[in-house]
Write a protein that binds this ligand. Structure first.
Ligand code: ADP
Ligand code: MG
Length: 263
């Protein structure tokens, strides 16, 4: 389980969505999302295809603009800078700065194909943070070891299995020392026998206290690792609670129907 605040100290809110709306042209994709994720929490988002899960994660990572409502990540309003009660839209360079603290892992890994595993890990710390190569490499090798791939540092993505590629992608995100990790169906593109090795890395990460928002259909993972499970449907959150409650006693008929198909 994840690390919880002890001695009654309030935990920092890492993500807060207040009535977040997003549309693509006439298509309303997020219809007033309210969500809080505290530091150290693991929140799994499940829901039918097209319900807006990826869009919500992409908004958290500055990849999409929110059209209405407010979205805060790590206490800062996504897309805007606040100065003297006025809001200014962020410049691209400012967006880059904010995104440094947010790690994201995608369904299709998105590794740089012309770079080895080690080079994939070293790129952002050396280029974006301008850190010394030797030190970054040392850390990257440690990170590869953490995900069980110290013997694959010199391999290119095409020489790695899907499960190995995804573990490299997770290690790469971690090299930036993010405050939060977002996962968008990280195991959906994997052969079934490779899912476990990626979930194990995610489990270890959760146990280390990382704040994680995970879009997944791995119910076992959600049940064992998540502090909360959120069910989305049609651009809305229809359930939000501890996995034991959500899985055994969903409030809405829609959630029940969706879960029956998965479990
Ligand atoms: P999920 O991840 O839950 O499957 P998405 O957030 O990917 O759902 O998509 C929600 C809806 O938004 C879908 O109907 C999808 O087709 C639409 N959509 C997603 N991205 C775009 C885009 N860039 N332009 C137009 N429509 C989009
Ligand atoms: Mg999606």
């Amino acid at each position: 389980m994840t690390v919880h605040a002890q001695h009654g100290q309030p935990r920092k809110v890492m993500v807060e969505a207040q009535e977040v709306c997003k549309h693509y042209g006439p298509l309303e994709v997020l219809k007033g999302i309210n969500l809080k994720v505290h530091q150290g929490e693991v929140v799994c988002i499940i829901g039918p295809s097209g319900s807006g899960k990826s869009t919500l994660l992409r908004c958290m990572n500055h990849l999409e603009h929110v059209n209405a409502g407010r979205l805060y990540v790590d206490g800062e309003l996504v897309g805007y800078r606040q100065e003297a009660h006025k809001l200014y839209e962020l410049k691209p360079s400012e967006v880059c700065l904010r995104r440094r603290d947010i790690g994201m892992v995608f369904q299709h890994f998105e590794l740089f194909p012309h770079m080895t595993a080690l080079e994939n890990l070293c790129l952002a710390p050396t280029v974006v943070l301008k850190r010394a190569r030797a030190e970054v490499e040392r850390e990257a090798l440690e990170m590869l070891q953490r995900v069980g791939l110290s013997d694959r540092a010199g391999y290119y993505p095409s020489q790695l299995s899907g499960g190995q590629q995804q573990r490299v992608a997770i290690a790469r995100a971690l090299t930036m020392n993010p405050k939060i990790m977002l996962f968008d169906e990280p195991t959906s593109a994997l052969d079934p026998e490779l899912v476990g090795e990626v979930l194990k890395v995610m489990r270890d990460l959760a146990a280390s206290g990382m704040t994680m928002v995970v879009v997944t259909h791995e119910m076992g993972f959600a049940r064992e690792v998540a502090d909360r499970v959120v069910i989305m449907d049609g651009g809305r959150i229809i359930e939000d609670g501890p996995p034991a409650d959500i899985f055994s006693n969903p409030r809405s008929e829609r959630a029940r129907t969706f879960l029956e198909r998965l479990l």
